[in-house]
Design a protein around this ligand. Structure first.
Ligand code: SF4
Length: 92
């Protein structure tokens, strides 16, 4: 299987079947200070590539953005994160 690469610049995990079971996404949630979908996920993905970007926060210093941009275990399940967290804004 090839490594799936996202095109939009967003974290691809929000549309992945494994998002609530995945240890790499759990690490991204931790870096964002976001609530975890699962307290102890047990799925270890192959070759997740995490893109780290330092951003200027308009006069409030800098922030660090963490996103998975490619992954060997991406399994398309469009909207999975939204279905798990109905009514909440997508993490960014
Ligand atoms: S794309 Fe990879 S890192 Fe992201 S949730 Fe899916 S398996 Fe995990």
């Amino acid at each position: 299987m090839g490594v799936w690469r996202g095109l939009s610049g967003m974290c691809i995990c929000v549309d992945c079947h494994w998002v609530d079971l995945c240890q790499a996404y759990h690490a991204v949630e931790r870096q964002h200070g976001a609530p975890h979908l699962s307290p102890s996920p047990d799925f270890a993905p192959r070759h997740p590539r995490i893109h780290v970007e330092v951003r200027d926060l308009a006069g409030e210093g800098v922030g660090v953005e963490w996103d998975v941009r490619s992954c060997g275990d991406f399994q398309a399940d469009p909207g999975r994160w939204r279905r798990l967290r109905p009514g909440e804004a997508l993490p960014s």
